[in-house]
Design a binder for this molecule. Structure first.
Ligand SMILES: Nc1nc2c(ncn2[C@@H]2O[C@H](COP(=O)(O)OP(=O)(O)OP(=O)(O)O)[C@@H](O)[C@H]2O)c(=O)[nH]1
Ligand SMILES: [Mg+2]
Length: 502
């Protein structure tokens, strides 16, 4: 738990180094201590293996004018010592996962990542995670892009390549972890939950004492019990309710004069990224992509590629940081409150735009929409299969319509903006409009919505598919089987109207 040390006036945070056995945790802390010019304390080792932990103290940097005292702790990797490891993990404000990236060992790191990631997210605010891809000097080290591919399915996570034995990359991974820890502190401070007093543990001797006394009291379970998932966390709700929604939008465009082009910077100051912690991790991921936003004729900025879109509306420019921060908080609140409707992986950023101005950006992970699904099916699927897709898309669109209307977000419900995964609850996958679209209320009529969305699709089918008569027939049969279904009736009618004249 981060603590404002009441006697020393410093902010105490803890970065914990975790990882599979022999991945290089102790080596990392040794070279890190050397590079930071401080000592290291390792209470007990046996045959070169960590039995309790390694401990490094580092004081450096400022948070709201206070010095930051970072407790850097590594865990013991051996399975028999799991209880100690768990206890140390439970105390982390950020975690560096040291991964042995040799082909023979890397699966062990993925296992640890699978275990850690949900736990980190369940903490509120979340505990940031950095993957320190270690042993890059080994000829059997797996290529970086392969690591990215492999972990894509698990999580977005920031990766820093290191050679712990020489120290290469070690400091970079540490500094990024401290940033993530400070994001957590910032979120706690904003919610008035930052603890002040004496830290639970103020040095390696006290930590050793804590671990040994816990073990004496047999039957004590590790402190890191996973919380039940799904419900929005109390923290999110709290943040969402911090103050009433304000129309803090600076509507007028300040000027079209030269602006600094946005470059995603994972080291940008805390308090300018939402969500805390996870936002910075995503930022680290997208910063590798070298996406350079361009300006549209309307004055918006945008960039797209490698599975991401960046966007900033022309109006989202603020003359100073205060105005920008208010808008960021409003947007963050809106995203948090509606997280069930919105696709995941969204990040909101307030970035310097030059001349003291700030611009509000959204980074949105590209997710496949109903339209893409239909376009893919249109090319290859058999008529019956295609009609199943059309039905599925219509039903998904209506579910989304309902959720979007209830959210009162004023976002457009179209085949382009609704997620394509039929098995899951529909999500809005489009960009967040800068201001709610009053026209969104016009979408209330279901037949009109379906007609508007499916007419171009069915026209395309009637033009491009020689078997269109079968498609139309299949839709007509659906309507006959389910005469009370508004979707079936509408689509049968639209299909009929789209039939080319002979
Ligand atoms: N080639 C190479 N060897 C490394 C690197 N980092 C660590 N090692 C070696 O890996 C072995 C294990 O390193 P440790 O730092 O003791 O590993 P650990 O994760 O602390 O191990 P436990 O605490 O027992 O779980 C040692 O022989 C290190 O020299 C690296 O970047 N490259
Ligand atoms: Mg060790």
């Amino acid at each position: 738990m981060p603590t404002i040390h009441s006697e020393r006036g410093v902010l105490v945070v803890r970065v914990v180094y975790d990882g599979a056995p022999l991945s290089g945790k102790t080596t990392t802390l040794r070279t890190l201590a050397e590079r930071l010019g401080v000592g290291i304390s390792s209470p007990e080792e046996r045959d070169g293996r960590t039995m309790f932990f390694d401990w490094v103290d580092y004081v450096g940097g400022l948070f709201d004018g206070r010095q930051i005292h970072c407790q850097i702790v590594s865990v013991p990797g051996q399975e028999e010592l799991r209880a100690r490891r768990e206890h140390l993990l439970a105390s982390a404000d950020a975690i560096v996962l040291v991964a042995d990236t040799r082909a023979s060992e890397i699966d062990g790191a993925y296992d640890v990542l699978r275990e850690l990631r949900p736990r980190c997210r369940e903490e509120q605010p979340p505990v940031g995670l950095v993957l320190q891809a270690n042993k890059r000097d080994d000829p059997d080290a797996v290529a970086r892009h392969r690591i990215h591919e492999a972990i894509e399915g698990i999580v977005p996570v920031a990766i820093v390549e290191t050679i712990a034995t020489t120290g290469e990359g070690v400091r970079e991974a540490f500094v990024f972890a401290v940033r993530l820890a400070l994001d957590r502190v910032r979120a706690l401070a904003d919610a008035g939950l930052l603890h002040e007093g004496r830290p639970d543990v103020d040095g390696p001797d006290e930590l050793l004492e804590e671990l040994t006394s816990l073990e004496k009291a047999a039957g004590v379970s590790p402190a890191w019990e996973p919380a039940p998932a799904a419900e929005p966390s109390p923290f999110e709700v709290e943040i969402a309710q911090l103050s009433p929604l304000r129309a803090a939008v600076q509507a007028a465009m300040l000027s079209m004069e030269e602006e600094k082009v946005f470059v995603p910077d994972p080291m940008m100051p805390g308090g300018f990224i939402w969500p805390p912690v996870d936002g910075r991790t995503l930022l680290a991921e997208v910063s590798r992509l070298d996406l350079v936003p361009t300006r549209t004729s309307r004055g918006d900025w945008w960039a797209s590629g490698s599975g991401w879109r960046f966007h900033s509306s022309a109006e989202a420019l603020y003359p100073d940081a205060d105005g920008g921060r208010r808008a960021l908080i409003d947007w963050a609140r809106m995203h948090a409150v509606h997280s069930r409707v919105l696709s995941s992986g969204r990040t909101v950023i307030l970035a310097g735009a030059g001349s003291g101005r700030f611009r509000l950006w959204q980074l949105v992970r590209v997710m496949s929409s109903l339209r893409e699904l239909l376009m893919a099916a249109l090319e290859h699927a058999e008529p019956e299969q295609l009609v199943l897709h059309v039905r599925g898309a219509a039903e998904q669109l209506l579910r989304a319509h309902d959720a979007i209307l209830r959210s009162e977000l004023g976002i457009p419900c179209t085949l382009w903006t609704v997620s394509a995964d039929f098995g899951a609850q529909p999500h809005y996958v489009g960009l967040m409009p800068f201001t709610a679209d009053p026209g969104a209320a016009d979408q209330k009529e279901i037949p009109a919505l379906l007609e508007r969305e499916f007419t171009p699709i069915l026209r395309g089918m009637s033009r491009d598919r020689s078997d269109y008569a079968r498609i139309r027939g299949s839709l007509a049969r659906w309507h006959a089987r389910e005469p009370s279904s508004v979707a079936a009736a509408t689509l049968a009618r639209v299909a009929e109207a789209a039939t080319p004249e002979t």
